[in-house]
Design a protein around this ligand. Structure first.
Ligand SMILES: C[S@@+](CC[C@H](N)C(=O)[O-])C[C@H]1O[C@@H](n2cnc3c(N)ncnc32)[C@H](O)[C@@H]1O
Length: 253
């Protein structure tokens, strides 16, 4: 399997780090689970420090950006997890499912190695996007809608899941695509865009970023979207899914 993040992941650690509000949501969703496997772990965002975490990450480039005090990491793919059945209390996968080559196998594996619950942070491809993807990069919206699995597909793979909206705060510090909905100038900076994998799939990015820069200077952006400057947080499509695993073993007398 190819490892895309060995090519696009070099600047990841610069712009991507856990936002504390999202981290709290993830921690709460993990409940009392003491051991957690974090699949597609990247540099370790959203790995709770108060649990026994094992990270799984296929990209060497990402593994080498993990801090020295991050959880131990295993180089492996979601589709073939090198762990025994029921090895962990919980499984975690944040903003990674859309990269897996075989989602069905990955979800089956995740389900196989956990005893209690699976927590997933992802983006809902049925969401309409926001001004960046609607006005400037509709091809990005189309691309993401084609690669992010639908929430139904995830549920088919895992079993019944609880879905909750994850609004994104105006000062979110994790530089994923929707993070800067109220800080439009950030998207003009190529170093910021480098932390957003979908931009690497597009052509003609720079001219459109320049158009955004011009719209910011001449007031066009504010005319259309200035009302957002009054909002503290909005829904740009991120969702937290929690699947409580009912292992048949646990049901035995
Ligand atoms: C956008 S990053 C997210 C990293 C981290 N979970 C976070 O929230 O910051 C996606 C990660 O998924 C990893 N990935 C891609 N394909 C994978 C696969 N088949 N199995 C496991 N991880 C994979 C990438 O190498 C990358 O580190």
């Amino acid at each position: 399997m190819s490892v895309v993040y060995d090519t696009i992941g070099s600047g990841y650690g610069r712009t991507r780090r856990a936002d504390p509000r999202l981290a709290r949501r993830v921690r709460d969703a993990l409940g009392p689970s003491a051991s957690v496997v974090n699949v597609g772990a990247g540099v370790g965002a959203y790995e709770p420090r108060d649990r026994d975490v094992t990270a799984v990450e296929p990209s060497l480039r990402m593994l080498e950006q993990r801090s020295t005090d991050a959880a131990p990491a295993v180089r492996a793919f979601a589709e073939s997890l090198p762990f025994a059945d029921d090895a962990f209390d919980a499984g975690l996968a944040t903003l990674t499912l859309h990269h897996w080559a075989d989602l069905e196998s990955g979800l089956r594996e995740l389900r196989r190695v956990v005893r209690e619950r699976v927590v997933i942070l992802t983006w809902d491809p049925d969401h309409a996007g926001f001004w960046l993807t609607q006005d400037y990069f509709p091809d990005l919206l189309a691309h993401d809608a084609s690669v992010f699995p639908s929430l139904d597909t995830i549920e088919d793979g895992l079993g019944p899941t609880e879905v909750s909206v994850v609004p994104i705060a105006h000062d979110c510090i994790d530089g994923f695509l929707g993070a800067y909905w109220r800080r439009p100038a950030m998207y003009v900076d190529p170093r910021v865009r480098a932390g957003m994998s979908t931009f690497s799939r597009l052509t003609d990015v720079e001219p459109r970023a320049l158009r955004l820069a011009e719209d910011l200077v001449d007031g066009t952006w504010d005319e259309r979207h200035g009302h957002l400057r009054e909002q503290a947080e909005i829904d740009v499509g991120y969702r937290l899914l929690t699947c409580t695993v009912s292992s048949p073993r646990l049901c035995l007398p």
